[in-house]
Design a protein around this ligand. Structure first.
Ligand code: ZN
Length: 155
């Protein structure tokens, strides 16, 4: 691994675990099935108890853990997120591969077009040759003198 700032390879990597305390709210399903009618009814019909419960209820909280790889350059003390860098690099590789595939396809298309053009040219040449031969034969035919019936023998 290389430091992006000073290009040194003297880098140490460590995994950082992070825990965060966040408020745990009801999910979408609870709101869709129960919340939308229960909350208004609770406040309209059980206002007193709801108020007491609102004050004394324990806060619903949960711990969210996430970890990421962090690299520290030993030369310039630059710190960066390796996971992010790795993601970027893999995207670069993916883009490069895509470009390669595109190039191959382009070449194949070019080749196909070239072979089509070659075939067409060959056909055209054959046609021209045949026409020339026909003209020659006709000229030869016309050069033969007429026989007694006023007809020319066909070659
Ligand atoms: Zn560095």
């Amino acid at each position: 691994m290389q430091c992006p700032r000073c290009k040194s390879t003297n880098v140490s990597v460590q995994v950082v675990h992070q825990s965060q305390l966040v408020n745990d709210n009801y999910g979408c399903l609870w709101w869709a099935l129960i919340g939308w009618w229960w909350v208004p009814i609770k406040w309209i019909f059980f206002t007193f108890f709801a108020l007491i419960w609102f004050v004394i209820k324990p806060r619903r909280q949960k711990i969210v853990n996430h970890s990421y790889k962090e690299a520290i350059c030993q030369d310039c003390a630059f710190v960066w997120d390796v996971s992010y860098q790795e993601a970027q690099e893999s995207e670069e590789i993916y883009n490069r591969q895509k470009e390669k595939v595109r190039q191959i396809k382009r070449q194949r298309r070019k080749k196909a077009w070239q072979s089509f053009k070659d075939k067409r040219a060959t056909k055209r040449q054959a046609r021209t040759k045949k026409k020339e031969e026909n003209a020659k034969r006709k000229a030869l035919q016309d050069s033969i003198p007429l026989d007694e019936n006023g007809q020319r023998p066909v070659i």
